[in-house]
Design a binder for this molecule. Structure first.
Ligand code: UGA
Length: 466
């Protein structure tokens, strides 16, 4: 039997039979399942396109008809390496389609992934209205045995809540959190560290785990609450790790130590690991801030005062303030009227996402304190209130009292710093990502100031005196 025939036949079996086949034969057969993905944001679109690339038949649903039309024509709006190619391939193979209207789409589905936004609601909890709206829309037309799978980050207990809303014993609910980083979402999906699936129906959880069988990743099969908590526990741990690193960087500055050497010494300890040890202007983006707030709320709801987490959030805000103070010192103490050239606005390199961007937050405070800002980001254009956004990095240096790197785009490393120095009025580069090679900046006659590293001063330039 060819693999394809084998897959087709396998897909025709019920979930129960498939489970038996798997355990009896110890086979890892990739099931060509009929999947619906609701929501085509960066999580939903990545999930849909990647599942199609694994051989599944995927229908992606969105309420935005314009977006559905653009995606059906192969046009992807978000900056996510590899995603356009996968969408193209899925469309060409016929395994990936885009439609409006979840109710019609789910009628033949074996699994429905909920990938709709769960933004921070009033008071910091996750706002579940979009999830609930989809469940209400499709609840009575889901075929028996079809799994409802939460991919969006949802509070612990949501699976149970969805089950209660559905009121159907024949529809299992599975939590399958995503661990995708913006900018590397496709690579993260296809090369995951682990797959987590959780449900009070373990057979359904295993079926969802099997959708990823070709990826050969370790799979953690859990109860629903544990799977839901994994995502928060992981993101909040990363946030705490970063706040800790930013605090150690501050100590470095006060003690005359160098954070790059301290983190090198820490990172080689395999229990700590080398990733997520880079200091910066604070952590941001669409996930870490909302998930830390949501987990605090979850803890509060069970009367637990999660001080370690609230300190990490406070530390993150303090980091932004310290960065503003550092920039103020770099322009002689007062920001009012100072001309500042900003490199980077996105919350991290590799994305055009400005949601909860520390770069944008710092820039906004600088503007509010009277600084005149000119900003460049390779992925961000258009108008931003209070500042001038330009499309050439050298323009930000024109007559600038200081240049500030706020996002770690590699292209900033390759700037001609001698030319930047010629354009600038002042002589300080504040590098809040420790991105640049300080020597390149010093050789241009400028001073370089990083985070948690000793200040490096160039000898006074003629230009800087005039
Ligand atoms: C984060 C998690 O890393 C993903 O695993 C998770 O799936 C995702 O949230 C989500 O919940 O969907 P993301 O928000 O894309 O991913 O961004 P990260 O790469 O985690 O960066 C978060 C923030 O930390 C950024 O502001 C970044 O600049 C900062 N950061 C990261 C540092 O300051 N230093 C580092 O060493 C690493």
């Amino acid at each position: 039997m060819s693999l394809l025939t084998c897959r087709e036949e396998y897909a025709g079996l019920t979930a129960a039979v498939r489970a038996t086949v798997n355990s009896a034969c110890h086979l890892q057969i990739m099931t060509a399942a009929r999947i619906v993905v609701v929501g085509t944001g960066y999580v939903g679109l990545t999930t849909g396109a990647c599942l199609a690339s694994l051989g599944h038949r995927v229908t992606c649903v969105d309420v935005d008809a314009g977006k559905v039309a653009r995606l059906s024509a192969g046009r992807v709006d978000i900056l996510e390496p590899g995603l356009s190619e996968l969408v193209d391939r899925g469309l060409t193979s016929g395994r990936l389609t885009f439609v409006v209207g979840a109710r019609e789409a789910v009628r033949e589905a074996e699994g429905v992934f909920l990938c709709v936004p769960t933004p921070m609601g009033a008071g910091g909890s996750a706002d579940l209205r979009a999830v609930e709206a989809v469940v209400a829309e499709v609840g009575d037309v889901l075929p028996a045995g079809c799994a409802v799978i939460t991919k969006s980050t949802v509070p612990v207990g949501t699976s149970r809540r969805i089950r209660a809303m559905l009121g159907r014993v024949d529809v299992p609910v599975v939590s399958n959190p995503e661990f995708l980083r913006e900018g590397t979402a496709v690579a993260d999906f296809l090369g995951p560290d682990r797959i987590v699936v959780g449900s009070d129906d373990l057979e359904a959880a295993r079926w969802v785990g099997d959708l990823y069988a070709d990826l050969s990743a370790p799979t953690v099969v859990a109860d629903a609450a544990s799977a839901e908590l994994v995502k928060y526990a992981a993101n909040c741990f990363l946030a705490m790790k970063l706040s800790y690193v930013n605090a150690i960087a501050e100590l470095c500055e006060r003690l005359g130590a160098d954070i790059s050497l301290v983190t090198a010494g820490m990172g080689y300890d395999r229990r700590i690991g080398r990733s997520f040890l880079k200091p910066g202007p604070g952590w941001g983006g669409s996930c870490l801030p909302k998930d830390t707030s949501a987990l605090l709320k979850i803890a509060e709801s069970v009367d637990y005062d999660f001080q370690m987490l609230s300190s990490a959030i406070d530390e993150n805000l303090a980091q932004r303030d310290r960065i503003v103070a550092k920039i103020a010192r770099a322009v002689g103490g007062t920001l009012a009227g100072a001309r500042i050239g900003v490199l980077g606005l996105a919350f991290k390199a590799g994305t055009n996402d400005l949601r909860d961007s520390p770069a944008l937050a710092v820039s906004s405070v600088l503007c509010a304190l009277g600084a005149e800002l000119t900003a460049y980001d390779p992925a961000v254009g258009g108008e931003i209130a209070g500042m001038t956004v330009v499309d050439d990095p050298y323009q930000i240096a024109k007559a600038a009292d200081a240049v500030v790197v706020l996002t770690e785009w590699n292209e900033f490393k390759r700037l001609d710093w001698s030319y930047m120095a010629e354009l600038m009025h002042g002589d300080t580069v504040v590098d809040t990502r420790n991105l640049l090679d300080p020597r390149a900046v010093l050789d241009a006659g400028l001073s370089w100031q990083g985070i948690g590293r000793p200040l490096k001063r160039a000898p006074l330039r003629q230009g800087a005196l005039s």
